[in-house]
Design a binder for this molecule. Structure first.
Ligand SMILES: [Zn+2]
Length: 325
């Protein structure tokens, strides 16, 4: 669904990445205590925020699974409030094939675009069925951290709505990498964190953490580091909790960006004008791709975010964000 060219077909002829980070066996975590497979919830019995940590919203983004397994293996329990751990798209994860490492991103469709009330009311794909099952857990959340990774080896980043509460929370994390702000209700319709903020508890905060490249060992370390920081700042961990170092060193891409536009490929001829990896900054009027005509930067300090490895007609090819400093 919404998948004009199959990922497997699109993989052909492309160089395979190094697969340093591999899937873990999750069978021990299938049966949780929520009545929903691969979901675990721990109550402290004390008042405090309900924090939800999610991995595998995209099935081939293993860093989140590693971070969740680490919390479960360490028997981390919340000091206050509650902690819910969700392995999201395990069905896609279990289809991982090292020869087609990008193909197991989803089963039927992008699991981070299906969080729309009408879709969840009438689920008709693996991802909408799974999302509909998870709704009760998200509706009780005060804070949702959704762990992802990127196709290209670029700096880790946080993506969150441009709201004072979210910015205030992020400011406590000491996050030294890029931060991408979007207007809630715009950007990608159907994002999980947007759904939690719009349909869940009043005042719910949502963060997407992109933790580096999909199959890099450092991405697991980064997922681990951001998860611990969020839990610590939410008051779920002890004051003397060990906070692990980040997975990466900050680079020139650090700073704040405002997401302005998502470019979809309109034709199969879509080609970027350079082999962009992400965070390249261009000036207004600069050509960055050819589609059914040249595509130019519509504003200054225009930054290319997560350019698609293989632009497909009708699918997001790149996000344009304004560098704010
Ligand atoms: Zn993702």
């Amino acid at each position: 669904m919404n998948n004009p060219t199959s990922p497997a077909a699109a993989e052909r002829g492309l160089e395979l990445p190094m697969l340093d980070l591999l899937p873990l066996d999750l069978s021990a975590y299938r049966q949780g205590n929520t009545g929903i497979d691969y979901c675990h919830r721990f109550e402290s019995g004390r008042s405090g925020p309900d924090v939800v940590i999610i991995g595998l919203t995209h099935g081939n983004e293993f860093c989140g699974a590693h971070a969740l397994c680490e919390l479960l293996e360490q028997d981390i329990r919340p000091l206050r409030g509650s902690l819910t751990l969700i392995f999201n798209n395990v069905a896609a994860y279990q289809r991982f094939d090292p020869k087609q490492p990008y193909a197991s991103r989803c089963v039927d469709e992008d699991g981070n675009r299906v969080w729309l009330a009408p879709r969840l009311k009438h689920p008709n794909s693996e991802e909408t069925h799974r999302a509909a099952r998870l709704v009760p857990l998200l509706q009780e959340a005060d804070l949702v951290l959704d762990l992802h990774s990127t196709s290209n080896p670029v700096a880790p980043m946080l993506i969150y709505p441009e709201l004072p509460d979210c910015s205030a929370l992020v400011a406590t994390l000491g996050f030294p990498f890029p931060q991408l702000l979007y207007k809630l209700g715009t950007y990608h319709p159907g994002m999980l964190i947007s759904y939690a903020m719009q349909h869940g508890r009043r005042g719910c905060h949502g963060l997407v953490a992109e933790c580096g490249a999909h199959f890099a060992l450092e991405s697991a370390q980064q997922a681990h580091a951001i998860t611990r920081r969020v839990l610590y700042r939410a008051g779920l961990l002890e004051q003397d909790a060990l906070i692990p170092p980040w997975g990466y060193e900050p680079d020139h891409s650090a700073g704040h960006y405002r997401i302005r536009e998502v470019i979809e490929a309109r034709t199969e001829q879509f080609r970027f004008s350079h082999p962009f990896r992400g965070f390249e900054r261009i000036a207004r009027g600069d050509v960055f791709a050819q589609d059914d005509g040249p595509l130019v930067a519509p504003f200054d300090n225009c930054t290319l975010i997560m350019p698609a490895r293989i632009p497909l007609c009708g699918v997001e090819a790149v996000t344009l964000a304004e560098f704010l400093g």
